[in-house]
Design a protein around this ligand. Structure first.
Ligand code: MG
Ligand code: ZN
Length: 173
C-alpha cells in the first residue's frame, strides 16, 4: 500500500485552489480517521509505504530537518513501514519524483512487495500516474484542487479511510 503524504495523510495548505506542503511542524496535522485506517490496513497484512515529493527542500524553501521532524510525528501517530522522499525539483531530472515510479520500485525491491497486488493512494495527478507506471491499482482522493488528472484512476474516494474500507472489503473476500 503506497500512500502519498500531503492531502492524504496530513492536511495540505490550500491557497488559490492549489495545494502546498506545510512549511512548519505545527501546521503538520494528521487528517481524521487516517491513524485507524493505517492500523486496519496493516492488521490485514499490508505494508504501508509513504511516497512523497518534497521539492520545497530542493528549491531551498524548506529544510530536510523540518521534513524529517514531520515524518517523526507522522510515524508516531500512524502505522508506517517506510517513508520514501524525493527532495528534488523537476529540473534535477531524478527518477524518484512522481509521476515517475522510482520510489515505488525501490520500496518494492526493498520489502519484496508485489506491485501488481499493490495500491497507490493520492490526491494529485502525479500520484495516479506514478501508481500506474509501477503497475499498481490507484485510488484518487478528490480534494477539489484547481488541477486536472492526466490518467484515469481506478477508484475515486473521499479520503484514505474510504480507500482502506474498499481495499479491506476486497481482500477479506
Ligand atoms: Mg498530495
Ligand atoms: Zn527525486
Amino acid at each position: 500500500m503506497f500512500l502519498d503524504r500531503d492531502g492524504v495523510i496530513n492536511r495540505s495548505i490550500v491557497r488559490n485552489g492549489r495545494p502546498y506542503a506545510p512549511l512548519h511542524l505545527d501546521e503538520f496535522e494528521i487528517l481524521p480517521g487516517v491513524s485507524q485506517a493505517t492500523r486496519d490496513l496493516r492488521g490485514a497484512g499490508l505494508s504501508i509505504i509513504v511516497v512523497t515529493n518534497q521539492p520545497d527542500v530542493g528549491a531551498g524553501r524548506q529544510t530536510r530537518d523540518v521534513v524529517e521532524a514531520m515524518h517523526d510525528k507522522m510515524c508516531a501517530e500512524i502505522a508506517v513501514d517506510a517513508v520514501k522522499v524525493c527532495y528534488h525539483i523537476e529540473a534535477d531530472g531524478c527518477d524518484c519524483r512522481k509521476p515517475l515510479s522510482g520510489m515505488l520500485l525501490s520500496a518494492a525491491e526493498e520489502f519484496d512487495i508485489s506491485l501488481g497486488k499493490s495500491f497507490m493512494v493520492g490526491d494529485r495527478w502525479r500520484d495516479v500516474d506514478a501508481g500506474h507506471a509501477a503497475g499498481c491499482r490507484t485510488y484518487f482522493i478528490d480534494q477539489g484542487y484547481d488541477e486536472s488528472l492526466r490518467q484515469t484512476p481506478d477508484h475515486f474516494v473521499a479520503d484514505l479511510p474510504e480507500a482502506a474500507r474498499h481495499i479491506l472489503s476486497m481482500t477479506l473476500k
